[in-house]
Design a protein. Structure first.
Length: 207
């Protein structure tokens, strides 16, 4: 009987808490927006690779090494995520997020200005350190920082931002592709967009 009474109390308390929120607060957890926003910017950089790497590989005659891109990315991600988690626990959130943003921006810049077998491999590693690692690190950040009853909303906010950029990213970057300049300018722009996440990251994690 006691456990049933506690269950009823928790349900009533949860219902009471939910009634405090209205409008966008029923969908968005505003405390999660800054972290979600800078992660979404890094996801745009990742989308530029995901959507156009085959076409770019043909353009720069690097189809062989680009066919290994996501294999290298996956191996690097499996190896670095546990390490990044330990660094995040011991050294704080900022070091993991700043390194991830800078790494991805550098990787995209390299394949734009000097595409080669080496830079493609570097870009794959940098992408794993970038959005691949940030995705899990930032999920942990917003889950930890959100109030207990708002954690599900925080996660929803995070994935709304990331899924939105993954959805419209290809259309956005397609505007920067031309027959005269090819795909390189697009990767330069995606590198710059990734770098824009840095000041937002520093602001979001200043505490």
């Amino acid at each position: 009987m006691i456990s049933l009474d506690i269950g009823r109390y928790d349900t009533k308390q949860k219902t009471s808490d939910e009634r405090k929120y209205s409008g966008l607060q029923k969908v968005i957890e505003f405390s999660a927006v800054p972290v979600s926003f800078f992660t979404a910017l890094t996801s745009l950089g990742y989308v530029s690779i995901l959507s156009f790497y085959r076409l770019y590989a043909v353009e720069v005659n690097l189809t062989a090494v680009f066919s290994w891109f996501f294999i290298i990315y996956s191996i690097c991600l499996v190896l670095t995520r546990p390490l990044a988690g330990k660094i995040q626990d011991n050294g704080g959130d900022r070091i993991v997020c700043v390194v991830g943003i800078l790494a991805q921006s550098i990787g995209l810049f390299l394949i734009a200005v000097m595409p080669s077998n080496v830079t493609v491999v570097i870009c794959a590693i940098c992408a794993a350190l970038g959005f691949g690692t940030l995705n899990s690190a930032c999920t942990a950040i917003i889950t930890r920082n959100a109030p207990g009853q708002r954690r599900s909303y925080a996660l929803s906010t995070f994935f709304i931002f990331c899924d939105a950029t993954i959805g419209f990213g290809p259309a956005l970057f397609g505007c920067f592709v031309s027959s005269s300049n090819g795909y390189a300018p697009m990767y330069l722009i995606s590198s710059a967009i990734t770098l824009l996440a840095l000041p937002i990251c520093l602001y979001s994690l200043k505490k």
